[in-house]
Design a binder for this molecule. Structure first.
Ligand SMILES: NC(=O)c1ccc[n+]([C@@H]2O[C@H](COP(=O)([O-])OP(=O)(O)OC[C@H]3O[C@@H](n4cnc5c(N)ncnc54)[C@H](O)[C@@H]3O)[C@@H](O)[C@H]2O)c1
Length: 303
């Protein structure tokens, strides 16, 4: 997508943090935005922030729980009535439930899968038909994380959901490319948001004893000095939003914010290469007979 003025985006988790950053940046570029969010207080504050910027006409907020398929369908209708044609879907809502897999409860696991992963499918089901309908092309951005390409032992559930979001995005990109609809996996590093407040959105059906609720994992306790150095690696929500807009413009396969993790990614791929071995004859057969897996444009032609 190269034209943004007058086009419409739907952003989930759009009333805080990265989603709100995207909403502002998109509106600055002349787009209309429908921002869905589960938290009424975030919606109220975001509404005021957007009004202060003089963007109230272009950015509308609706209450939406991304795990609720019926509500998603109704939100799609609502967005249609507000601005008409939809071009961009940002599946961004997520919870930062950072807990190791081995000590997590069933409720933690189910809740994280529901919000961070099932919501991606729900968003595509509800809104992709509206992007397809006008035939003008469009773009889907799925917010994964740096934890979608690198594991972190204290955050196994989160890592599982975010690795899945990257796979979901790559496969959907291959599916939709012939229709002129781009798909990007957005993998931010640290962004200064309200992500640590996620317990406030835990629904009754995923309730856990208060003492087992997840706080910051042990690896996340830093000294003041370390904290300051880490802060220098983080981005603002608006900076993240700018990178997403550029990624849509470039039809990027991946959108990253944090080059400091490149070394870790190279280590991971080196481990995969070592384990996989190499056989050029077999690769030639695969390239010819299963080109969706070896030689795929998804990896070879993406910016
Ligand atoms: N902040 C970071 O450092 C960081 C890094 C990597 C990835 N991410 C991802 O970015 C995305 C946005 O998070 P953020 O950092 O802006 O946090 P945030 O908490 O500031 O914003 C997330 C928003 O999503 C909303 N939300 C939560 N559950 C929802 C639900 N079921 N339905 C609808 N809305 C819901 C929240 O109310 C909140 O307004 C998440 O997917 C997160 O995993 C964040």
């Amino acid at each position: 997508m190269r034209e943004f003025a007058g086009r419409t985006a739907f952003i989930t988790g759009g009333a805080s943090g990265i989603g709100l950053g995207m909403a502002k940046v998109f509106a600055w570029a002349g787009m209309n935005v429908v921002a869905g969010d589960i938290r009424e207080d975030h919606i109220a504050a975001a509404h005021d922030a957007i009004a202060d910027e003089g963007l109230a006409e272009r950015v509308r907020f609706i209450r939406l729980d991304v795990t609720d398929r019926e509500a998603f369908a109704a939100a799609a209708e609502e967005a249609d009535a507000m601005f008409g044609k939809l071009h961009v879907l940002c599946n961004n809502a997520g919870i930062g439930l950072l807990k190791p897999i081995s000590t997590a409860s069933e409720a933690d696991w189910d809740w994280a899968i529901d919000v961070n992963l099932n919501s991606m499918f729900n968003g595509v089901k509800a809104l992709l038909p509206r992007i397809r309908k006008h035939g003008e092309g469009g773009h889907v951005v799925n917010t994964a994380s740096m934890a979608g390409v690198l594991q972190y032992s204290q955050a196994g559930i989160y890592v599982t959901t975010k690795f899945a979001v990257v796979g979901f995005s790559e496969a959907l990109r291959a599916e939709l490319a012939p229709e002129g609809i781009g798909v990007s996996a957005f993998c931010p590093g640290g962004v200064r948001t309200n992500i640590r407040e996620y317990e406030k959105t835990r629904p009754e059906r995923f309730a856990v004893e208060a003492e087992t609720r997840s706080g910051p994992p042990p690896g996340f306790s830093f000294t003041e000095e370390q904290r300051a150095r880490l802060a220098s690696l983080t981005a603002s929500p608006e900076e993240a939003g700018e990178l997403v807009l550029q990624g849509i413009r470039d039809n990027a396969l991946y959108i990253f914010t944090a080059p400091e993790f490149r070394a870790g990614v190279e280590e991971r791929f080196a481990a995969i290469r070592r384990a996989l071995g190499q056989d050029e004859e077999r690769a030639a057969v695969a390239r010819e007979l299963i080109p969706g897996l070896v030689g795929s444009p998804i990896y070879n032609e993406a910016p």
